[in-house]
Design a protein around this ligand. Structure first.
Ligand SMILES: C[S@@+](CC[C@H](N)C(=O)[O-])C[C@H]1O[C@@H](n2cnc3c(N)ncnc32)[C@H](O)[C@@H]1O
Length: 266
């Protein structure tokens, strides 16, 4: 199966709703807030400026960007019609933000019209990131900034012990739901080759200890395996129950590393 984030609408309404909630929850995490506020702190939101998020999903990050940029304009672009519909319903109290259906390699924007362009956990889900970077360099104005923030999925874990069944779910999740788990290793070269000047490349680890933020790594993985007839409902329910048991008892230990690249268009 290919990564469903490559074509979210084809993955169906249940997937869209589950991951819209999950990305909102991820964005409410204090470490994720630290990551986002750090990169937003490096951006300028001058009067009349335009900031865009490419691959905005249901808008969890875009809403945070809109808060910071307010009253300047923010647009979230997203190829999934279903996610754009979710984004529009979740954005009630922000007047400076809009959402449009568009893929990252063909943005409906003039050359040099964007001050800040953000891609947050997008490049790990595309087969070929080069066209997205080529489009970014086209739309960003001279002196404008590019933010690439992504998880290093190759190092993500849910393991407390050798051959931990929850860690096996995490590894299968990465295989089924991520296109390039090693994308962060390539970010600096990708940005430089596209013509950006890299100003900062930073890492932040993040643990998930007592909440549902990595539950889709078990629950959605289990659904894929059940659909293929590879596991039964009892095992699926048992894995989800084990995640919840650990979260309740204080032994859940999810681990992820996020990389953020900040670059300027000369
Ligand atoms: C894990 S979600 C992240 C959503 C959002 N940035 C967030 O962090 O809440 C990955 C997003 O990338 C989008 N995506 C996949 N391929 C894309 C492409 N070629 N251009 C733009 N977005 C793309 C997916 O539709 C999905 O919404």
């Amino acid at each position: 199966m290919s990564d469903p984030f490559q074509d979210v609408d084809a993955a169906g309404a249940e997937f869209i709703s589950a991951f819209a909630d999950s990305m909102d929850e991820r964005q409410s995490d204090p470490i994720m807030e630290k990551i986002v506020s750090r990169y937003l702190g490096k951006l300028e939101f001058a009067e009349g400026s335009l900031t865009i998020e490419v691959g905005c999903g249901a808008g969890a990050v875009t809403r945070r960007v809109a808060e910071k940029a307010n009253p300047e304009r923010v647009i979230g672009f997203e190829p999934s019609v279903g996610f754009v519909q979710e984004a529009r319903t979740r954005v009630s109290d922000h007047e400076n933000v809009e959402f449009e259906v568009a893929a990252g390699a063909s943005l409906p924007l003039e050359d040099g019209s964007v001050d800040n362009l953000i891609m947050h956990t997008v490049l790990t889900h595309v087969e070929d990131p080069v066209p997205l970077l080529t489009e970014a360099v086209r739309v960003i104005k001279s002196g404008g900034r590019l933010i690439l923030c992504d998880a290093d999925f190759s190092k993500a874990s849910l393991g407390n012990l050798p051959n931990d069944p929850l860690d096996a779910c995490a590894k299968i999740f990465v295989k089924e739901f991520v296109t390039d788990p090693y994308a962060v290793a390539k970010l600096k070269k990708l940005a430089s080759d596209a013509g950006f000047k890299v100003e900062d490349f930073n890492f932040q680890s993040r643990s998930v200890l007592d909440n549902d933020q990595m539950l889709p790594w078990v629950e959605e993985t289990g659904k894929v395996l059940m659909k293929r007839g590879e596991i039964g409902g009892e095992l699926h329910n048992g894995l989800v129950a084990e995640y919840r048991r650990r979260a309740k008892e204080g032994t859940l230990y999810g681990y992820q590393v996020f990389a953020t690249l900040i670059a300027r268009r000369p």
